[in-house]
Design a binder for this molecule. Structure first.
Ligand code: 13P
Length: 347
């Protein structure tokens, strides 16, 4: 596949900026049903105004540009503005933060394979990408979902999702937007860490094979994977050190060195777990990629509770959010000292 040089350069530049040292991505691209679920947990009805107020609170938090390189937005949010009328994309850009956009249309049942899903959204994607670019987006995200279970995942499911991820990535680069390729092996289930490692490796190998076959240049993408962990209902719990070392071992086997960065999702881990795992991984610097974050829940869970839908809680919620950003920034250097959270541990 041939891309215009300027588009490739634009992607490379943004991909490296997104994984700049000490920085990572805020995933604030919850779809309407997902944000409704999050708001329900704090007793708030998910109206358009509330979604806008919540995201404005996040995006205007002082100092986050020191640790947040980019924010993934949902279609609605890319078109919304602050209370004073500044569009969110230009607000973010003015703070040195790159705006991104979730472009998939969600995971739908995979025909003929009960319990499995495939992500949709390729139809009309080229036109949507053009519009998103004109609205200020610099990068995109597409999430594929792989479930571990009895006889799952099937090769059929992995292949269908990998194929769609690669088609999306090629279209995104063509539009000058860095694709964040997200194959998420779900944490839900009774599986051991070993099983998670096998399925994650199998999935990543397939995804990189499709990216290769569809001519996607790996310097222009970021990978957003799950960490390698025990399933939530597995009685044998892997330690934090095992999660960090198994994740790195798995990725060294399956992720080409040309990829600028691996930006982990948190996928149902607690805020602390996700940060500590990232921190431990970054103590091992002997890897070819930046190891960073693109957290949704692990950056927002305590902030959402502190906000609780009330304007008067805004400053408190912002303080909580700034602290989560700060500790994840430290984890990018392997310097988060969780036993002494105020200290910036040196190597
Ligand atoms: P979590 O960190 O909550 O898994 O969200 C990241 C994300 O963007 C999922 O697509």
């Amino acid at each position: 596949m041939t891309f215009m040089t300027s588009e490739v350069d634009r992607c490379t530049e943004a991909a490296f900026a997104l994984v700049a040292p000490g920085k990572g991505i805020l995933a604030a691209d919850e779809s309407h049903p997902t944000i409704a679920k999050r708001f329900k947990s704090i007793g708030v009805e998910a109206t358009e105004e509330k979604r806008c107020a919540y995201r404005e609170m996040l995006f205007t938090t002082e100092g986050i540009e020191e640790q947040i390189s980019g924010v993934i937005l949902f279609d609605e949010t890319l078109r919304q503005s602050t209370a004073t009328g500044e569009p969110f994309p230009s607000l973010l850009v003015s703070r040195g933060i790159l705006p991104g956009i979730k472009v998939d249309k969600g995971a739908k049942p995979l025909a003929g394979s009960p319990g499995e899903v495939v992500t949709e959204g390729l139809d009309g994607l080229a036109q949507r990408l053009e519009e998103y670019s004109s609205l200020g987006a610099r990068f995109t995200k597409w999430r594929a979902v792989i479930r571990i279970g009895d006889g799952l995942p099937t090769d059929y499911c992995i292949n269908a999702n990998a194929h769609a991820l690669a088609r999306y990535a090629a279209l995104s680069i063509q539009a000058g937007l860095v694709p964040i390729v997200e194959p998420e092996v779900l944490i839900d289930g009774e599986h051991t860490i070993k099983k998670c490692s096998q399925v994650t490796e199998r999935t990543l190998r397939r995804v990189f094979s499709e990216l290769y076959h569809q001519g996607v240049s790996l310097q222009q993408i970021l990978l957003k994977p799950n960490m390698v962990t025990s399933g939530t209902m597995c009685p044998e719990r892997a330690s934090e050190e095992e999660v960090a070392s198994e994740t790195i071992r798995c990725f060294l086997r399956a992720v080409p060195a040309a990829v600028p960065g691996v930006v982990f999702l948190s996928g149902g881990q607690s805020e602390e777990e996700a940060t500590r795992h990232l921190n431990l991984m970054n103590r091992n610097r002997d890897v070819p990629w930046q190891l960073s974050f693109s957290f949704g829940r692990a950056l927002q869970a305590s902030t959402l509770s502190a906000w609780a839908g009330a304007e008067e809680n805004r400053a408190d919620a912002q303080a909580v959010f700034a602290e989560r950003a700060r500790v994840n920034g430290l984890a990018r250097y392997g310097r988060y000292d969780w036993q002494n959270p105020g200290a910036d541990a040196e190597d």
